[in-house]
Design a protein around this ligand. Structure first.
Ligand SMILES: [Zn+2]
Length: 416
């Protein structure tokens, strides 16, 4: 359709033009039909080549293309302004509680806590406790209380499918256990609270499993807060695998938590759905409950601006971005998380933290281990990010000086 001397005139339909191009007269019509067939044949060959190239590249590009398209238009995408993000975060924290806890954060009931057992270790005592997380729900927890520490910082320790389901496991307080980050912190003066989680029998139909475990964990912190030996101004959380997802939920919903480590789980729903096989893996129902509502990066964004380190082990090929595919168990997972996809996802976590005023608050750590917590890195991250603010130390200085002066006066009076 050109504007001047061309044959097709503005206003002509394509059908009309075709009729003019191929007049129905004798040999001329046959020649023109042959020309048309040649032209169609060239187009068909070109199309065939394009389709073949796409087919060849499909295994490489389909995941990323599909991921990128869905990711950019995901329902939980947060706005790109500070105020917009703050409003989104408040709204989505409520949404998360509503989705997983039967409509929202429940009312607190009396804990009715009872210590049922105390075990003695070299550096701490380990207390077994029963408590009510809901009026009709009883749970158990373990808490280590360090010896010789007046006010111990608190670590909420959360395991996933790799450890005992439905109970807290005292073996995690001994080095060598798959969750010995409990031991690592407990031996260094921390009160390590491990609530029972991972019981896969849902008690309340309107809740989800991850919601029950999240609330049981928050209530376990409520119990820690009743103890004079702990410092509730210094609370961290560490979770492995599904325990990492519980840690993300607790960090989003409980302001007592100041810092966290989430190990072996931050990913995308694209990877979970396309690459990880359920069964044999267990998703605890979350694909159906959350995958269409809350992308992983946005789940992580709910904790901003609290410092959180997201760990992955290079030997954990199922979750570690860019891991060696030869390490995959094809009966469990058919492809590793592409590094580009992880970077795209994690750049959104970083965008959230920047909008929350803490651009360095979220960090990815790749370690040389497997599906486990890097204990030393976790300890450094949480210790550093739960340390008292310098301002707090300065405020305590006059109290310390007054105490010292009192002691000196007392000693002088005695000597005199
Ligand atoms: Zn499960």
């Amino acid at each position: 359709m050109d504007g001047g001397g061309g044959r097709w005139q503005v206003g002509e339909s394509a059908a009309q033009a075709a009729v003019q191009e191929f007049p129905a007269t004798g040999e001329g019509r046959i020649d023109r039909m042959n020309q048309m067939m040649c032209r169609l044949s060239r187009q068909a060959r070109f199309l065939a080549v394009v389709i073949a190239i796409q087919a060849l590249l499909a295994p490489v590009t389909n995941g990323l293309t599909g991921f990128a398209q869905g990711f950019e238009n995901r329902p939980s995408l947060f706005p790109d302004s500070r105020q917009g993000f703050a409003e989104w975060q408040a709204s989505y924290r409520s949404n998360l509680a509503a989705w997983i806890m039967g409509g929202g954060v429940p009312d607190r009931v009396p804990l009715n806590a009872q210590v049922t057992n105390i075990c003695d270790y070299a550096a701490f005592t380990l207390h077994s406790v029963t408590y009510n997380s809901l009026a009709d729900r009883t749970n158990t927890l373990l808490i280590s209380l360090p010896k010789g520490v007046a006010r111990a910082p608190v670590l909420l320790a959360l395991h996933g499918h790799e450890n005992t389901w439905g109970a807290a496991n005292p073996a995690a307080y001994t080095p060598g256990n798959v969750d010995d980050f409990c031991a690592y912190f407990a031996e260094r003066g921390w009160a390590v609270v491990q609530p029972a989680t991972m019981d896969h029998t849902l008690q309340h139909p309107s809740w989800t499993l991850i919601g029950e475990w999240t609330w049981d964990s928050i209530r376990a912190l409520d119990y820690a807060a009743t103890l004079p030996q702990v410092d509730m101004d210094r609370v961290g959380v560490a979770g492995l695998s599904t325990g990492g997802l519980i840690a993300m939920s607790v960090s989003a919903l409980d302001d007592r938590v100041k810092a966290g480590v989430v190990a072996g789980i931050l990913t995308t729903w694209r990877h979970v759905k396309d690459d990880i096989l359920v069964p044999p893996n267990c998703d605890c129902g979350m694909i159906a409950q959350l995958s269409s509502r809350l992308e992983f990066c946005d789940w992580a964004a709910l904790a901003a601006s609290k410092p959180v380190e997201f760990q992955h082990g290079l030997l954990d090929a199922q979750f570690c971005p860019g891991a060696d595919p030869a390490l995959l168990n094809p009966a469990s997972c058919v492809a590793v998380m592409p590094q580009d996809e992880y970077n795209t996802m994690f750049s959104e976590v970083e965008r959230a933290y920047a909008l929350a005023g803490s651009p360095a608050g979220a960090s990815t750590l790749i370690h040389n281990g497997g599906h486990e917590v890097d204990n030393e890195a976790a300890y450094q991250w949480i210790t550093t990010n739960t340390a008292p603010e310098p301002g707090t130390l300065l405020m305590l200085l006059p109290v310390g000086l007054a105490g010292l002066a009192g002691l000196l006066y007392y000693a002088w009076k005695k000597w005199k």
